[in-house]
Design a protein around this ligand. Sequence first.
Ligand code: GDP
Ligand code: MN
Length: 395
Amino acid sequence: MKFMRLFEYEGREIFAKYGIKVTPAVLARSVEEALKAAETLGYPVVVKAQVLTGGRGKAGGVRIVANRAELIEHAGRILGLVIQGEKTESVLLSEKTEIAQELYVGATFDPQNGLPALMFSTSGGMDIEEVARTTPEKVLTMHLPPTQPVRGFRIVDFLRGSGLPADLLPKVAQVMQKLIEAFHGSDATTAEINPLVVTPQGEVVAVDAKVVIDDSSLARQGIVPRFEAGTPLETRARTKGLNYVQLEGNIAVLGSGAGLAMATMDLISHYGAKPACFLDTGGGISSEKMAEALRICLATPGVEAVLVNAFGGINNCEWMGRGIANVIDEDKPTAKILVKMRGHSQDEGWKLLEDRNIPIVKFGTTEEAVQKTVRLVNPNTRNCGACSGPQGKGA
Ligand code: GDP
Ligand code: MN
């Protein structure tokens, strides 16, 4: 499990989706784009470096500009600004909010007991870390049940005695209630608004967003990790939660488990052929996901055959078989497909494949399946050079 911090503009999108009021903002990757964005937002406008480290304000990465000339100067300076070793590639232009008070609200997991917790402080703003370190009593913590939503009145109760004026209690409580929904809904490990601004009119609005998500959930969230470049097929696989690496041979390997897929690749090389790709479905796949895995294998450049090597432990052979059958029925692929599949609901799975005339290895070994697949793409392979043992007689 790794954690991935999102950019402020991505965090804002999540907050807005859950009904938290955020200041209107537009992303820009150049000074020209920034000027355009400012035209729609109007001056004065806030220019904010989009980097994955905190403390941008103190590093000169957040600046309020009053007009075009100032924007050109500061957008130009901030684009390219290096903050804690990270180069700024884009800026967020955000409508400027009048600030009466800066609050801090956050949701995270308490490392002590693993439970989610809401945090609140009336000392929000750029010094919150300092506040938490030197006067921890100014940051209040409310523990929550593992997953259930929390009722508004409980948060209001929690906020009483925090020093927040009574008329703000329900407004801030509502933001915190939505924050915990956003936190759970986006599989976050941290979701923070600092500052949550109280305007002179008594409105409560988020002007910053920090969201860190558990990257095991990226597929569920439909998010493509930005730090991993790859081929279009690799990206497509990643968004579907499939582990896929594109290679240069002609036999695609589709395994239900990384170890099985790697062993299959080794045997393909051993028998003188080359894997076109490595695809590991992971556990618990649906027929739709199996179909997508097979389609990705079939779309891999250079593929002449796909070897599906699956074990039905967590996976169900009938579901996997149905996914394969659907691709055969709907796409009528020209590449050959050989399936070695055994385990949970194997008979039902085999039946689906037999009905479609797909070669199946039912009880044999991976080695046998590999040999047969190699012969499918190269019928002249009679006896495999390195073979020995019962499978190696070129039968
Ligand atoms: P951080 O330093 O990386 O946390 O960046 P923030 O987005 O929190 O901005 C830093 C500080 O800039 C905030 O604490 C505010 O004091 C100030 N700031 C940000 N947006 C606005 C705004 O819309 N209006 C005003 N007046 N100040 C802002
Ligand atoms: Mn902030």
